[in-house]
Ligand binder design. Structure first.
Ligand code: HEC
Ligand code: HEC
Length: 346
């Protein structure tokens, strides 16, 4: 046999011979690259949990898998539904024991840019947050030990953890890391508004007027809190005057500061068209109701954000309210509702 031909044959033999003796090299996961568009803050990719294609794939499977809940009936996705912008169309989500919580579920879009999670910001970062709902007695009501043991018993999961993290030994930290990676990949940056900003689309008169009103500190007064930056929120905690007597203490239960009584995280306005019902307790079914609240319905109490007292009641007429809503809808990105990369894996 020709010597040149022999070489690959010998090489193949050596490989086979070595197989049993050398430890298996962990695979190198493929980095996930997201180039934030102009105006967006840079994509947050923590040093100790870099987002990878394999990590996202694992996190996505976990997100849709009821195995993480106590009786294996509820997945994250049951209260964060893709077709509703990753929130829950029910006012209060129902957990595994049929008990409803007392807060409306939140959208999971663009979380890569947020570090204090939940309405009251009690979780710090997505890795920290991910284990809360699993343990929550009203939500998934499972012990982490049990959840991990169940995953460990499933060969497919052992393989996916190997691909993503180079180990088949599953633990809750890795579960949290994978879910966080999937959540970071849920990004919306391509609404009509974004395309308009890039000169690729037009907005009509009503939408343009709505934008002006939204920004105007006297007329709409919205951008004061739902800032006019890329996220349409500064994610600070505020009491927007929903009640004259505060029933949910909000941020106060975390910070203990009197100015935080009834204050909650200011939500982003992106995709708000899809995330009804609105507010911490889902009290408003439509954007029309929300606009009427900001026009006439807010209460000025000792804990209400001081900016609210600068807003004149009844300042917006019907057309102006409609225009603001028309503008809000330019921040919608219908693709996120069906994007197969965000959907339940087959
Ligand atoms: C039974 C319904 C339910 C289930 C199941 C559930 N969630 Fe939630 N989720 C909620 C509710 C309600 C909130 C708001 C709770 C609060 O602020 O106290 C929330 C808030 C969040 C937030 C905070 C978002 C933000 O903007 O601050 C994240 C992230 C999140 N959930 C991820 C998950 C993940 C991951 C899972 C699965 C491991 C999960 N959720 C399972 C109902 C649920
Ligand atoms: C003083 C700050 C402030 C101002 C001004 C303000 N908001 Fe809000 N907004 C908030 C906070 C805080 C919340 C969350 C409150 C809650 O859920 O209890 C919120 C909630 C909302 C929601 C519900 C979002 C969701 O996902 O549930 C919409 C819609 C909204 N605001 C639109 C507007 C519009 C439109 C204006 C102007 C007319 C406006 N806001 C003015 C702070 C403000």
């Amino acid at each position: 046999m020709n010597r040149l031909l022999l070489l690959p044959v010998l090489w193949a033999f050596t490989l086979i011979a070595c197989r049993d003796t050398t430890p298996e090299e962990p695979p190198t996961p493929t980095p996930y690259v997201f180039q934030a568009p102009e105006g967006f803050p840079p994509f947050f990719d923590p040093e100790d949990n870099k987002t990878t294609i394999e990590g996202i794939a694992l996190g996505r499977k976990l997100f849709y898998d009821p195995v993480l809940s106590g009786n294996n009936t509820i997945a994250c996705a049951d209260c964060h539904k893709q077709e509703n912008g990753f929130t829950d169309p029910r006012r209060f989500s129902i957990g595994i024991d049929g008990i409803a919580g007392h807060r409306n579920s939140m959208s999971l879009i663009n979380l890569a840019w947020q570090h204090r999670l939940f309405w009251d910001g009690r979780a710090h970062g997505l890795e920290d947050q991910a284990l809360f709902p699993i343990k929550d007695p009203i939500e998934m009501h499972e012990t982490l030990g049990n959840a991990v043991a169940e995953l460990q018993a499933i060969p497919e999961y052992r393989e996916l953890f190997w691909q993503a993290f180079g180990t088949r030994q599953i633990d809750s930290l890795l579960v949290a890391k994978a879910i966080a990676q999937f959540e970071r990949s849920l990004i919306s940056f391509n609404s009509r508004y974004d395309r308009w900003k890039q000169g690729l689309d037009t907005l009509d008169k009503s939408e343009m007027n709505g934008m002006q009103l939204f920004m105007d500190p006297v007329k709409g007064g919205c951008a004061k809190c739902h800032s006019f930056g890329a996220m349409f929120s500064d994610f600070l905690f505020r009491n927007n005057g929903k009640d004259s007597i505060v029933t949910d203490m909000g941020r106060f239960s975390v910070s203990g500061l009197p100015q935080d009584i009834g204050a909650v995280k200011t939500p982003s306005m992106r995709n708000v068209e899809y995330t009804a019902p609105y507010m911490l307790d889902g009290r408003f079914a439509t954007l029309e109701e929300v606009l009427e609240f900001y026009n006439t319905g807010f209460h000025l109490g000792p804990h209400t954000d001081p900016f609210m007292s600068t807003l004149v009641k009844g300042r917006l007429n019907e057309k102006e309210k409609r225009d603001i809503i028309a503008f809000l809808k330019t921040l919608s990105e219908p693709d996120i509702l069906t994007n197969p990369a965000f959907s339940k894996p087959q």
